[in-house]
Design a protein around this ligand. Structure first.
Ligand code: 13P
Length: 248
């Protein structure tokens, strides 16, 4: 049995005061027995706050992005070593918003995954098709191309990845992929991973895109859906806690 993992992606939201309240509510809500893994991907400016406020809790700190470079003249970027300094356990790489607004290519995303792994940080590799690509029947081809670039780059470390399927048309739109649609893509991704790693059966595959307290249980009941990457609903403690409860 794979352990479920629920990751909140706060995106560019929060403030010192709001984060303190949210993290405290999450800590309290998860003070009992928590069978699922939980992490929050906070804006980089708040990594130190998250590290301090989540010390000793079951909630891991995650970053939303990492540089593919080790160090040097890369203004505005954060290296994996810097994330490591703040106790970061996971980092997203290749979120569709990074691909769309920052021009991140499959090759750059693959290098970011490699940079994270080199510092012992688990990359959560995000893949997903746009609505136009889905309508053109290209879903499989797109997600396989995105994942293949990372598999090729990380070599024997494939099994250390977490993969998140996030259909772009489902992100922040309130339109969730149906459990069957999501499972179908997850099965494709698992098969692709199986061709690269004997450990594919133990790897964690997340679904993201308008996951909420109402639809989480059904999505998480699918054979190859091992958790969620949650945007909007991770900003409200009660909603995020309900999703975590659905994963147990
Ligand atoms: P929403 O849950 O707000 O649709 O965002 C999903 C997402 O992009 C998580 O990374």
């Amino acid at each position: 049995m794979r352990k479920k993992l629920i990751v909140g992606n706060w995106k560019m939201n929060g403030s010192l005061a709001a984060n303190a309240a949210l993290l405290e509510s999450l800590r309290q809500g998860l003070a009992g027995d928590c069978k699922a893994g939980v992490a929050v991907a906070v804006p980089a400016a708040y990594l130190a706050q998250a590290q301090a406020e989540l010390a000793g809790s079951v909630i891991a700190v995650a970053a939303q992005d990492v540089s593919q470079h080790e160090a040097g003249a890369y203004t505005g970027e954060l290296s994996a070593a810097m994330l490591q300094d703040f106790g970061v356990r996971y980092t997203l790489v290749g979120h569709s918003e990074r691909r769309q607004y920052h021009g991140e290519t499959d090759a750059v995303v693959a290098l970011k995954a490699l940079a994270a792994l080199a510092k012992g940080i688990t990359p959560i590799v995000c893949v997903g098709e746009t609505l136009a690509e889905r309508e053109a029947g290209q879903t499989e081809q797109v997600v396989k191309r995105q994942l293949a670039a990372v598999i090729q780059q990380v070599g024997h470390c494939v099994s250390e990845l977490v993969v998140a399927y996030e259909p772009v048309w489902a992100i922040g739109t309130g339109k969730t992929a149906s459990p069957e649609q999501a499972q179908a893509v997850h099965a494709v991704l698992r098969a692709q991973l199986a061709a690269a790693s004997e450990q594919a059966g133990q790897m964690v595959l997340l679904y993201g895109g308008s996951m909420n307290a109402g639809n989480a249980a059904q999505l998480l009941a699918q054979a190859d859906i091992d958790g969620g990457l949650v945007g909007g609903a991770s900003l409200k403690a009660a909603d995020f806690l309900s999703i975590i409860a659905a994963a147990q």
